[in-house]
Design a protein around this ligand. Structure first.
Ligand SMILES: Cc1cc2nc3c(=O)[nH]c(=O)nc-3n(C[C@H](O)[C@H](O)[C@H](O)COP(=O)(O)OP(=O)(O)OC[C@H]3O[C@@H](n4cnc5c(N)ncnc54)[C@H](O)[C@@H]3O)c2cc1C
Length: 398
């Protein structure tokens, strides 16, 4: 069969892939998104305005944060309403440079794409314990449900929120839980500045309380070294400790899978992520781009803010000094601030789509705005005092 031609092929329908498809539709760039197991399934700790695809379209049933189900429903409905071309259960297996474009092989068909954007996320390769006895029957690297473990001894290994949440969930499902982490406490890893890499207080506090009452065992400064058919052997404070466990959950995080990029000839940096131009997100292979968690922008707000810009530039649009008009911009700022603060405003915006439109228009107009190109910015950069006054006023206003 002849490869299907397409202008832009996006791999992955997470927040970055969906934002790319939406931006491509807005600038008239024909685009196909291939997704191996849509929808995305990540627990979240973000408020709706940080992770929604268009302003005012997502609301949390239990504020301030949206649940995984709410965000999935929003992404699903948004893609359907906007008519985004997403082909589900179609996994991309190969990308090769082919003349001016790319040959792409998926699990269902072949494509001939002029440009390819890879947005496969940062969780492609699950980290393993790498200890003797780590078989699939004894160790799970994903946690889905606690119910099957009621009344059983379970070990959870890992120092992040995924491990902490699994331990709490298993406890609520009446499992006998031991949590093992290498760090001496729940505090962030040494030198970590990323809020998402520490255990959130709403996970840490109940776990510590349960540990105090002896209902959950927490082994700080410990490490699994071997797994036997009935137990797990740990090193804890320099000693060997054997604990009975019918199942071990190793929730140690994941790394991006850069296999497709390597195949296509793109350079990979020492941190395991692709080398790309920080302005355009083009890799070392011309026409091959990356977005989202696969890059060094690890969270959804960045994926939603940066990916449309990548696609606009691909479609030939240049960043400009102009954004939304002063009036529309001011209106959008006020509406955003009010939505954050007032329940009544949230309700009105949710009920009346017309109230959402001006802000969505301002966001669309501001998307390609580059403040560094504006006259005010250029003047201000020449005079550092003016720049610091402008910054102070903006900090005060926000
Ligand atoms: C426990 C946890 C909590 C988090 N909480 C937050 C939070 O509160 N706020 C926040 O902003 N961020 C949070 N994050 C990070 C957030 O999940 C990522 O920033 C976000 O998912 C990145 O979006 P993405 O589109 O780049 O990748 P992903 O959401 O990972 O999507 C990539 C998609 O590509 C698909 N794919 C992969 N390979 C192929 C292939 N070969 N062919 C076709 N499709 C493919 C995958 O199935 C997937 O759907 C959290 C992450 C974790 C693990």
């Amino acid at each position: 069969m002849r490869p299907e031609p397409c202008e832009l092929l996006v791999v992955g329908a997470g927040p970055a892939g969906l934002a790319a498809a939406f931006a491509a539709r807005r600038c008239g760039l024909p685009c196909v998104v291939l997704e191996c197991e849509y929808p995305v399934k990540r627990p979240l700790h973000s408020p709706p305005q940080d992770v929604e695809l268009a302003w005012g379209e997502l609301y949390a049933g239990r504020p301030p944060n949206v649940s995984r189900e709410e965000i999935l429903r929003h992404y699903y409905c948004f893609a359907a309403e906007q008519g985004l071309k997403i082909r589900q259960r179609e996994s991309v297996q190969r990308i090769e440079r082919d003349g001016e474009g790319f040959f792409v092989r998926s699990s269902r068909r072949d494509y001939r794409a002029q440009k390819v954007l890879i947005a496969t996320g940062g969780f492609g390769l699950t980290r393993r314990l790498n200890v003797p006895g780590e078989t699939s029957s004894r160790v799970a690297h994903r946690f889905v449900d606690g119910a099957p473990f009621a009344g059983r001894e379970v070990l959870v290994a890992g120092g992040g929120n995924s491990a902490a949440e699994a331990a709490l969930w298993l406890y609520q499902a009446k499992a006998k839980v031991t949590l093992s982490l290498r760090r001496p406490s729940f505090a962030p890893r040494h030198g970590a500045t990323d809020a998402y890499t520490s255990v959130k207080p709403f996970n840490a506090a109940p776990l510590l309380a349960l540990a105090e009452r002896g209902e959950v065992k927490i082994l700080f400064s410990s490490q699994v070294v071997e797994i036997t058919p009935q137990t797990a052997i740990l090193e804890h404070d320099g000693k060997r400790l054997e604990i009975v466990s019918s199942k071990i959950f190793a929730l140690l995080g994941a790394d991006p899978d850069v296999g497709l990029l390597r195949q296509a000839g793109a350079a990979i940096a020492a941190d395991g992520r692709p080398v790309y131009d920080p302005g355009t997100y083009e890799t070392t292979v011309p026409g091959l781009y990356v977005a989202g968690h696969l890059t060094r922008e690890l969270h959804i707000p960045k994926a939603l803010a940066i990916t449309p810009k990548i696609v606009h530039r691909m479609a030939g649009a240049r960043p400009s000094a102009e954004g939304a008009s002063v009036g529309l911009d001011a209106l959008a700022r006020v509406a955003k601030a009010l939505r954050r603060r007032s329940e009544l405003v949230r309700l009105l915006i949710r009920e009346y789509p017309l109230l959402r439109r001006p802000v969505q228009m301002a966001d669309a107009a501001n998307l390609m705005r580059d403040r560094r190109l504006s006259l005010a910015w250029r003047l201000a950069s020449r005079y550092p005092l003016v720049l610091s006054v402008i910054r102070s006023i903006r900090a005060y206003a926000s």
